[in-house]
Design a protein around this ligand. Structure first.
Ligand SMILES: [Zn+2]
Length: 424
């Protein structure tokens, strides 16, 4: 057996010992000769290598391939976190969300090892850093990267904030980052609904395009999600939008608070049903009916809900200017899933990969829009068709240019198209 260098030999022996489950001890460890024995005292296993005649290649000069020590070990000192990271790297590259449980199974099956959880957490972090770069280094590269973005995509609005320094000789420490790409600013202002869903944790503003599809507007990385970091994010968003237009359009904002409401009602199934009926009501009459039924079950739930103006939670009272009738913030949840593979990456990789994702998404939407026919987008057309089918059982009688009396067998409603109202 021959090795190209002494280092190659050392690595090979280390992997072999881990694979076979025994500790090694380097009896001689020099550039010109290396003798390794089994670390278990008295065990005869031993290997000795030294350079061949060419002076470069290392060859095995003597080898005793026999152990008298008992049983293989499942914890080997040489199989440390760094070693485990090198084994893990190809797997983590293929599956970045690999769980500690899966890594345990892999180590057990492939190497016969049972490392501690802590060791595997460290190894997984090292493997990710090997693949994606180090977080600290990435923050150091951030300013250079942002300068490049500014150079090649000048309308993009990027705001970065550092922790206030007592001593100006200290290195600046990152606090917050806001990014709103040029295409997102223009796309929102020119082709989306004046509605913005806000999503916390990794701060983000998203909206819905003309075909009711998710359209990310801006994102931010902050030290912690709280009122002042949100205020900073929203001011940055306003500045970004204002950089393109003199007057930022009146927009409706939906914060990520639906979970709170859901938790309050989680154990009260019937109340939750009426809550959603009330929230999804298209008319005041539907809302009032649901609220009466809710009151029969719980006066407290009814009173708590009525303290909040229906314009904030019931569809029939929403601001029509938003041109959207979502009662949940599921749109921002989709954004969460969309960014999930990238959120743990070092900051420069994160911004760059989100940029690539956005480019890919916008290009697909553009290509799809090029095939549209007419003035109504496909998703909206589908919805109109469905509403049209649902209206087959109704008859409308004109009572003026924009007013109709509409009835089925049991009900009559007054529809005023000019006011966009439907009164029972
Ligand atoms: Zn041995």
């Amino acid at each position: 057996m021959a090795f190209d260098s002494v280092d190659q030999y050392r690595t090979h022996l280390k992997n072999y010992a881990i694979q076979e489950g025994f500790e090694i001890h380097r009896l001689k460890n020099e550039r010109t000769r290396v003798t390794i024995i089994c670390a278990n005292g008295g065990c005869p296993w031993r290997i000795h290598v030294s350079p061949a005649a060419d002076g470069k290649t290392f060859i095995v000069k003597s080898y005793t391939d026999r152990h008298t020590c008992s049983g293989r070990k499942t914890k080997i000192a040489a199989a440390n976190s760094r070693w485990a990271a090198s084994k893990l790297a190809p797997h983590i590259k293929a599956n970045p969300s690999m769980t500690i449980k899966s890594i345990h199974a892999m180590m057990r099956v492939q190497c016969g090892l049972k490392p501690s959880n802590q060791q595997l957490y460290r190894a997984r972090m090292m493997a990710k850093e090997d693949i994606e770069g180090n977080h600290v280094k990435s923050f150091a590269q951030l300013l250079a990267y942002l300068e490049l973005v500014d150079q090649y995509n000048p309308v993009t609005v990027i705001k970065i904030e550092f922790v206030e320094r007592q001593d100006m000789n200290e290195n600046p420490m990152f606090k917050r980052l806001f990014v709103c790409f040029k295409a997102c600013i223009k796309g929102f202002l020119q082709g989306c609904k004046p509605f913005i869903g806000l999503w916390g944790n990794f701060l983000a503003a998203t909206t819905s395009d003309g075909d009711n599809d998710l359209f990310p507007v801006a994102f931010g990385v902050v030290e912690v999600e709280r009122k002042d970091s949100w205020m900073w994010f929203l001011v940055c968003l306003y500045i970004a939008l204002q950089s393109e237009v003199d007057y930022v359009p009146h927009s409706t904002f939906m914060p990520d608070k639906q979970k709170v409401t859901k938790c309050i009602f989680l154990n009260l199934c019937n109340i939750e049903i009426y809550l959603w009926v009330a929230a999804k009501a298209y008319t005041l009459a539907d809302l009032q009916k649901a609220m009466v039924e809710m009151k029969d079950i719980s006066v407290d739930a009814h009173d708590w809900l009525m303290k909040n103006p229906p314009s904030r939670w019931s569809r029939h009272a929403f601001d029509q200017g938003a041109k959207i009738d979502h009662v949940t913030n599921n749109m921002t949840e989709s954004f969460n899933q969309w960014i999930a593979p990238y959120r743990d990456k070092p900051i420069v990789n994160l911004i760059d990969q989100l940029k690539v994702q956005l480019m890919t998404r916008f290009q697909k939407r553009y290509a799809s829009a090029c095939t549209f026919k007419g003035t109504i987008t496909p998703a909206v057309r589908k919805r109109l068709d469905s509403i049209e089918r649902a209206a087959w059982g109704y008859t409308g009688y004109a009572a003026g240019l924009y007013e109709f009396e509409v009835n089925d067998k049991d009900h009559t409603v007054v529809v005023k198209l000019a006011d966009r109202t439907c009164i029972v």
